[in-house]
Design a protein around this ligand. Structure first.
Ligand code: UDP
Ligand code: MG
Length: 341
């Protein structure tokens, strides 16, 4: 087999502080690997700008002009980490033999990318990057992540422990991934469903060099909740179970209250009554809410909305003026950028 074409997909959301380091590091790595004859010269780093509000896209765009290894993809708006990643994977697959996804903050050790490629050459279709330890993460992040994995396990979702979205996928694995049509794509859960031969490579996770986490608590919680509800119906079963338990529980209580009445002690308080009303009311609301959550998911799925829309695919600029979804979107600003270089 001749050297494989590798594409490294990097989703970026407001990463202007981090990007200069990321570009240098990844470029250096690609250079080295090409020199060592590990990968093809046609290998690329594909930066996906997920509708950033800062200068992320400008920086990416300039790099595509300066550097033959850099390709830029600008999404029409912010669609979130997972969808940005998908945009990158599906765009990259046509021109690569294997694709690696990594976060822009390079918290994941890029040194193991060589190991990924070695495993790919050995015949693995999917290689997971797994963190050895998470000492550099805050205690909070570490423990919430821990709870998340435990919960997913209880819910019966098969996740690779301590693996985030740092992985290599072969072209055919990404092609198969494209056949998963769900809108709520939770990659860590879906990728193991593809099958093929897989393996893991271990590394130490580092600190974010610059910029801040794009996953504040709110996003983290919604990510975890989405992860659970797109993969498991255990929560609904649990609600049903609680509902049944409280129903039978209240039957026992009713018998007890009845017996109190029959045996003369009728000083039954208002408290017990009001408590049970609140209790049952609460349970019902939880149940309805959860069912609603799943119905919402179904609603989203049946619409089959596109997961992302590509605005600009900056590729081999300026040798070939890249195509945009519509010519209008290839705005004056980008032309000016191109000319200024
Ligand atoms: N990201 C993105 N879209 C978003 C949020 C984040 O593309 O809406 C990217 C972000 O730029 C980074 C990666 O997803 O490359 C992971 O984000 P971050 O490092 O902030 O998350 P953490 O490592 O703190 O979980
Ligand atoms: Mg990070």
């Amino acid at each position: 087999m001749s050297e494989p074409i590798l594409t490294i997909v990097v989703p970026c959301y407001n990463e202007e502080e981090m990007l200069p380091y990321t570009v240098v590091e990844l470029k250096g790595l690609i250079d080295e690997m090409v020199r060592e004859g590990e990968i093809s010269r046609q290998s690329k780093i594909l930066f996906v700008d997920d509708g950033s509000k800062d200068d992320t896209w400008k920086m990416i765009y300039k790099e595509t002009i300066k550097n033959e290894y850099v390709r830029g993809l600008k999404l029409a708006r912010n669609v979130g980490h997972q969808n940005a990643l998908l945009a990158g994977l599906f765009t990259a697959k046509d021109m690569s033999d294997c694709i690696i996804s990594i976060d822009a903050d390079l918290q994941d050790d890029i040194a193991v990318i060589k190991e990924f490629v070695r495993k790919f050459k050995e015949g693995y279709d999917i290689v997971y990057g797994v963190r050895n330890k998470r000492e550099t993460d805050t205690f909070f992040k570490r423990s919430t992540a821990q709870v998340f994995y435990k919960m997913m396990k209880v819910m019966g979702v098969d996740l690779v422990y301590n693996h985030a979205d740092f992985r290599l996928m072969s072209k055919r694995a990404v092609e198969k991934l494209e056949r998963f049509k769900e809108t709520n794509m939770f990659l860590r859960g879906v990728v193991p469903l593809i099958g093929f031969t897989t393996t893991s490579v271990y590394y130490d996770r580092k600190e974010r060099l610059a910029g801040t986490t794009k996953y504040p608590l709110k996003k983290m919680l919604s990510f975890a909740f989405d992860g659970i509800t797109s993969f498991s119906i255990q929560p609904i079963r649990f609600v049903l179970f609680v509902g049944l338990a409280s129903f039978f529980g209240s039957l026992v209580f009713a018998l007890y209250f009845l017996s109190l009445k029959i045996f003369g002690d009728t000083e039954l308080g208002w408290t017990s009554l009001i408590t049970s009303i609140w209790l049952i009311g609460g349970l019902q609301l939880i149940a309805v809410g959860l069912v609603g959550e799943y119905i919402g998911k179904i609603y989203k799925e049946v619409k089959h909305r596109p997961k992302y829309i590509i605005d600009i695919d900056a590729f081999n600029v300026p040798m070939s003026i890249h195509k945009s979804e519509s010519d209008k979107e290839f705005s004056l600003e980008h032309r000016a950028l191109l000319e200024s270089n």
